[in-house]
Design a protein around this ligand. Structure first.
Ligand SMILES: [Fe+2]
Length: 284
């Protein structure tokens, strides 16, 4: 089969976001995005996709959504086991119902527009500059580098921290209502879990929580490893589709076997081989 080459510039709105150019427009885009990331670990680039091409992304998601792995679990924000030695109010002991689905990355092959965007030579250098990170690598997990999160009525995604350092998400289709993204910026660091403030966020302290409404075509760059975040519950019959492009600070990093099984329904040899090789000391 001969595959038609995907012209990424027909999808990314390079008139608004000239990420493949050098020059003042590109430099000022990077500078303003960096400022937003520095301020609270998040930047949203509205209408990053050309409006007229979003429907093709919706169709791509429609084609593979049946391969989504559905999760019905109770989890704490760290995806770890209960700690009965701690008080019941402690964040490690806050368990929430989670019903969600991820379409694993191996459903987005050479014919995928999403993978073409992820692999476009101008894309990841732009993200790397926005994040101002020296150590920046595409996630090496074959189930998790380009995924689609799908959610339906009654679903959401309760408070959690991401395993990957940086997440880049592209909103493709919203539910009829609900699904706002809520986050508490940079609430933990590599060396401090900051449990006392995390506990306040989980208790709903509005002073600590920001809310954004992502619309189809918007690109969000987010430091989800340090910022506690959730997706508010959805309603209506339409599915919510969000593509996730994942990057990490270490080459070769993959999910733990437990997390791969939970999120994608499968464990590959690479997950087992690399288990326990993480260099940081965070609890997940
Ligand atoms: Fe997340």
């Amino acid at each position: 089969m001969i595959l038609k080459k995907i012209d990424v510039k027909q999808y990314i709105n390079t008139d608004l976001y000239p990420i493949d150019q050098s020059g003042s427009a590109s430099e000022s885009l990077i500078a303003s995005s960096q400022a937003s990331i520095r301020a609270d670990g998040c930047v949203v680039l509205k209408s990053f996709l050309r409006a007229g091409r979003i429907e093709e992304l919706v169709q791509e998601c429609d084609r593979v959504e049946s391969h989504g792995h559905r999760n019905f679990t109770r989890t704490n924000p760290y995806f770890t086991s209960d700690r009965t030695d701690l008080p019941v109010s402690h964040p490690l002991r806050r368990f929430y119902d989670r019903s969600n689905a991820f379409v694993p990355a191996d459903n987005f092959g050479a014919e995928s527009i999403l993978r073409a965007i992820f692999d476009w030579p101008a894309f990841s250098p732009f993200i790397k500059k926005v994040l101002n990170e020296e150590n920046f690598y595409p996630y090496a997990d074959p189930l998790a580098d380009v995924t689609v999160n799908l959610a339906e009525q009654g679903n959401g995604f309760p408070w959690h921290f991401d395993t990957n350092n940086f997440t880049v998400t592209l909103a493709i289709q919203n539910a009829e209502s609900g699904g706002n993204f809520e986050y508490s910026p940079m609430v933990r660091s590599l060396t401090d879990e900051n449990y006392s403030v995390v506990e306040k966020v989980l208790d709903g302290d509005k002073e600590l929580i920001k809310t954004i409404c992502l619309e189809p075509g918007d690109l969000q760059i987010f430091k989800g490893r340090y910022s506690l975040h959730r997706v508010a519950p959805l309603s209506g019959t339409r599915k919510r589709y969000v593509a996730i492009f994942s990057y990490v600070a270490e080459p070769g990093m993959v999910s733990s076997p437990q997390r791969a099984k939970e999120l994608y329904g499968r464990v590959l040899p690479i997950h087992l081989e690399r288990a326990g090789l993480r260099a940081d000391s965070l609890v997940d």
